[in-house]
Write a protein that binds this ligand. Structure first.
Ligand code: SF4
Length: 82
């Protein structure tokens, strides 16, 4: 899930088996399921030691999908518009 070769990626809390929480599945996802999945991902982000680095990188790279640095794509777009 983490950005390839990012120097902080070894410390990312999302490494491993829970990385599926950070992106929508290939199949349809209800609004409730999406909110639940995103809430779980954001809980991992909240305890992640590299949250700031991850968020800055995602904003700089205009990541279009997924949870990065505790923000989903809509939240990142809103932040970039400010
Ligand atoms: S802030 Fe979230 S998305 Fe970013 S590395 Fe940490 S757990 Fe992964």
């Amino acid at each position: 899930m983490v950005m390839a070769k990012a120097p902080w990626s070894d410390l990312a809390a999302c490494r491993g088996e829970r990385s599926h929480l950070f992106y929508s599945p290939d199949t349809a996802e209800s609004r409730e399921a999406r909110l639940r999945r995103e809430r779980q991902a954001k809980q991992l982000c909240a305890a992640c030691p590299v949250l700031e680095e991850c968020r800055e990188a995602a904003l700089a790279q205009r990541e279009g999908y997924g949870i990065w640095g505790g923000l989903n794509e809509m939240e990142r777009r809103a932040l970039l518009r400010r």
